[in-house]
Write a protein that binds this ligand. Structure first.
Ligand code: SAJ
Length: 427
């Protein structure tokens, strides 16, 4: 642990972003508090146990434990407040800033004069100016004097063994030079990576939205290719790997049964909605979202067509869905394509079971062998290590007739050799 610093830090929201950040602040010598509304999480953290499956936390939380609490009055003691609460969208894909507004008001009610308030949650350009700043000004605080406001978009990549809160470069924007300097200095004290000051807070907000929209449109590109190449008998994964041999100006993305998580499928809507208010229509971002949102139904159609080849109607066929979390080897199920696949199977009157070794609580069957024994067909919806390691013989032994590989993560040729119908996404 670094030498003790005299500034106190409060992280609001101890999830996959806030908790590693709080742990890192402790490690770097800050007296660090975590304000968290979930008492169960508070108890776990105060006992040095991580509420989320994350190697960085399992290794470091016991050593660098922040003090977690549900009492917002803790903010009164703190000089640096880091807001790391969710920024979801509702069922109509309209951004929901309730958590951000709630956290900002808690800070306003308990502000220590001169404190720095940093929003790390992903928001569209304009939120700091149009939503957060007025909360403080309407309470009589002068921004740039009584309170300094900055934005430093989080860049946590759950499950990433290499990049984490200690070394991911960051960008920071603020309303004023003093706020920017304080924020840059703080992040330079906790991150072994470049901290880039942005021209303004709007540019800082735009950076994260651009990063994640970039990813969403590139995934949509390969998802569309997958649908097209399915009809052309081209293996899109082989094509993408071939294109990846070009050492410049190409960045591989891969088709799948859908785009899940709290970031990629959500962030573009923040820009789409805000730009609309300024009279700009992000047609391209919207088309990309439509393509990615269509992948769960494409996956179910692949299953339906494969079963029909065997004169097996979907209704009445027992289907197993392997994988509930939204990406490999994590326990996070937010916006997971699996949920959309299950809804579609329900609509087809299909009896299905689910199994995910990282999300046992939500799995209808708790072991791989039991689900393989029980079902006639499989949809692989998450590319967990455990699924990639399955010996294809096991599918044969259990009489599996069709496999739709929603993550193109299984050995297609080995499965086909066993006489099982294999359908990937674009392969
Ligand atoms: N996905 C594809 N094809 C791809 C890549 C991802 O279908 O080529 C799907 C995944 O299966 C998943 C979803 O998209 O369902 C999101 O995957 P992700 O790898 O982007 O994972 P996230 O949601 O954890 O994204 C985070 C983001 N980090 C932050 O927002 C701070 C994102 O910016 C990173 O680019 C991403 O990790 C990463 O690079 O892994």
């Amino acid at each position: 642990m670094s030498e003790k610093r005299n500034q106190k830090v409060c992280v609001i929201g101890l999830g996959y972003v806030g908790l590693p950040l709080a742990v890192r602040c402790v490690e770097k010598g800050y007296e660090t508090y975590g304000l968290e509304m979930d008492q169960k999480k508070v108890n776990l953290i105060n006992n040095g146990r991580s509420p989320i499956e994350e190697k960085f936390l399992e290794d470091n939380l016991p050593k660098f434990k922040p003090t977690a609490t549900t009492d917002e009055k803790i903010i009164k003691k703190c000089d640096i407040i880091l807001i790391c609460v969710p920024t979801p969208v509702d069922s109509m894909y309209v951004p929901d800033l309730t958590p951000v507004i709630g956290a900002s008001k808690a800070v306003m009610r308990n502000l220590k004069k001169g404190a720095l308030v940093v929003l790390e949650s992903t928001v569209n350009p304009g939120v700091s100016e149009e939503v957060i700043r007025p909360i403080f000004e309407e309470a009589g605080f002068v921004v740039g004097k009584d309170v300094f406001i900055a934005h430093c978009p989080e860049r946590i990549n759950p499950g990433d063994a290499k990049w984490n809160v200690t070394n991911i470069p960051r960008v920071v924007g603020s309303f004023d030079k003093t706020g920017l300097d304080i924020a840059v200095k703080f992040y330079e004290s906790i991150v072994d990576g470049n901290i880039r000051p942005m021209k303004s807070i709007r540019e800082a907000e735009a950076v994260k939205i651009v990063e994640n929209s970039f990813r969403d449109i590139n995934i949509a590109f390969v998802n569309e290719l997958a649908k097209s190449f399915d009809k052309l008998g081209i293996d899109v994964k082989d094509v993408i790997l071939g294109a990846s041999t070009k050492p410049f100006a190409f960045m591989a993305h891969f088709p799948a049964c859908g785009v899940g998580g709290h970031c990629i499928p959500v962030d573009p809507y923040y820009l789409i909605e805000r730009a609309k208010k300024s009279g700009f229509d992000h047609k391209f971002l919207k088309v990309a979202r439509e393509i990615n949102n269509s992948m769960p139904s494409y996956t179910v159609e692949l299953m339906r067509d494969a079963l029909n080849k065997l004169q097996m109607p979907m209704k009445g066929t027992k289907i197993g869905v392997l994988g509930i979390s939204y990406k490999a080897n994590v326990d996070d199920t937010r916006e997971s394509p699996t949920f959309k696949i299950l809804t579609l199977l329900d609509e087809h009157g299909v009896k299905y079971d689910t199994f995910d070794p990282h999300v046992i609580a939500k799995s209808s069957i708790k072991t791989l062998n039991v689900i393989l024994k029980k079902v006639d067909a499989l949809i692989v919806a998450t590319d967990h290590k455990e699924f990639k390691e399955i010996d294809p013989e096991l599918f044969k032994q259990h009489g599996i007739k069709v496999i739709v590989d929603g993550k193109n993560c299984l050995d297609k040729d080995a499965i086909k050799k066993l006489g099982i119908i294999y359908k990937g996404i674009g392969r």
